[in-house]
Design a protein around this ligand. Structure first.
Ligand SMILES: Nc1ncnc2c1ncn2[C@@H]1O[C@H](COP(=O)(O)OP(=O)(O)OP(=O)(O)O)[C@@H](O)[C@H]1O
Ligand SMILES: [Mg+2]
Length: 201
């Protein structure tokens, strides 16, 4: 049975799809990976020709997700709390919740984390983490936001993803690993490694 990493946050524009595709490409080096796009807008699914080596599956196949013949399935989700999330969370090994490092972004995270923690109460093996994304250089607010997240009951990952043009462009340039921006590559690789570490401990 495939391990499932779900990327979720009810807020739009926090980087769910960007991180989902870059993580999938990162894991693909070592594992047989699929990326499932459950967003009805289907942004990743519709741009699948940008990622020729990656198996991107549309939302219609969600019913069979646990039976996919892959080692690892990354699942991108839409910017609202869909009624499919509880079931998806129950089948997941890890839920990644990206957020921008703004105060209102963090306030918006609470209902997603409540759903995550509800799933964890029923599935003791389910791990989860919040990742700060699109961090602006010299942003003094990041430390305050990190402190606030740490009170919300889901771990804040130590990897942080900064606001980088190369990451914004990565969905039209076949992924960040193909870019020359070493710092961006290091951040995505570190995120992948941290998630694996948390799943396996
Ligand atoms: N670390 C980053 N640095 C710079 N730009 C980023 C970064 N992460 C994401 N972006 C950009 O932010 C925008 C929103 O990202 P993305 O579409 O991945 O968010 P999303 O959470 O999937 O949004 P939605 O919920 O609407 O599907 C995109 O234009 C993307 O290129
Ligand atoms: Mg998206």
């Amino acid at each position: 049975m495939a391990s499932i990493i779900t990327i979720a946050h009810q807020k739009g524009g926090v980087g769910k799809s960007t991180l989902a595709v870059n993580l999938a490409l990162c894991f693909q080096d070592q594992l047989n990976v699929a990326l499932v796009d459950t967003d009805l807008q289907g942004s990743l699914y519709h741009s699948r020709e940008e990622f020729p080596g990656l198996h991107i599956i549309g939302a219609d196949h969600l019913r069979d997700i646990a039976d996919l013949p892959h080692d690892l399935v990354l699942v991108d989700t839409p910017p609202y709390l869909s009624n499919k999330l509880p079931d998806l969370f129950m089948h997941s090994s890890f839920i990644l919740v990206p957020t921008k490092a703004g105060f209102f972004d963090v306030m918006a995270i609470r209902s997603t984390l409540a759903l995550v923690q509800d799933a964890q109460a029923r599935n003791r093996n389910l791990k989860a983490g919040v990742v700060l994304n699109m961090i602006k250089p010299r942003s003094g607010i990041t430390a305050d936001v990190a402190t606030l997240i740490e009170t919300l009951g889901t771990p804040l990952l130590s990897t942080r993803i900064h606001d980088r043009v190369s990451i914004a462009r990565s969905s039209i340039t076949s992924g960040i690993l193909r870019s020359t921006d070493q710092k961006a590559k290091d951040e995505i690789t570190s995120l992948a490694e941290e998630i694996v570490g948390r799943i396996t401990t």
